[in-house]
Write a protein that binds this ligand. Structure first.
Ligand code: AMP
Length: 190
């Protein structure tokens, strides 16, 4: 079982690189953002609960997010590994994930930190919004999302650094070149 966290601010390329990692290493994708968007578009009870929070660019409360994530992992019994994309985004989420995995005799094996400047994020998300139409990609909401990242999510990094699990990857450049560096980091651990 290989458990990988892909970490970085909104627009760092987590989704793009996750798709490539999944195709090559056959990992199950655990994207809490995708799960929440699915709930919103299916208008489930959870979707109704989180829609406004998401649209405003804020983080969904930990208790809701952790429960949904753990449920998704439990249901995927055949997976030989997972890639956590957009999770954990707070230290309590990281702690909950560690405990959840430890109870199954597992651990996080590697944290890939995609390093991208704030200027680049803003540029990329403005481009993405033209296609995605995501309400939270709107410039005014993006400010809140970047805020949430620097206030809450950034602290997840020292949490994993203290465990010696973080490999920092320059997230600016050609997608294929970045993927090559990512593969080398995974191959060294797998
Ligand atoms: P993403 O697609 O990963 O950028 O996530 C879109 C939105 O979903 C975020 O701005 C949050 O509102 C919510 N979300 C996704 N993952 C999490 C998480 N781990 N913790 C809290 N909220 C999350």
């Amino acid at each position: 079982m290989f458990n990988l966290v892909i970490f970085g601010p909104p627009g760092a390329g987590k989704g793009t690189q996750s798709d490539k990692i999944i195709a090559k290493y056959n990992l199950a994708h655990c994207s809490t953002g995708d799960m929440f968007r699915m709930h919103v578009s299916n208008q489930t009870e959870l979707g109704r609960k989180v829609k406004e929070i998401m649209d405003s660019g804020q983080l969904v409360p930990d208790s809701i997010t952790i429960e949904m994530l753990e449920d998704a992992v439990q249901r995927n019994k055949d997976a030989t590994g997972f890639i956590y994309d957009g999770f954990p985004r707070t230290v309590p989420q990281a702690e909950a994930l560690d405990k959840f995995l430890a109870d199954k005799g597992q651990q996080i094996d590697l944290v890939l930190q995609l390093d991208v400047t704030e200027e680049e994020i803003k540029h990329r998300i403005a481009e993405r919004q033209k296609i995605s139409g995501r309400a939270d990609d709107d410039a005014s909401k993006l400010i809140k999302r970047i805020d949430e990242y620097f206030n809450k999510t950034i602290h997840v990094l020292p949490y994993y650094q203290s465990q010696g699990k973080v490999v920092k990857i320059n997230g600016i450049g050609e997608i294929e070149a970045i993927f090559g560096i990512i593969c080398a980091a995974i191959d060294a651990k797998i």
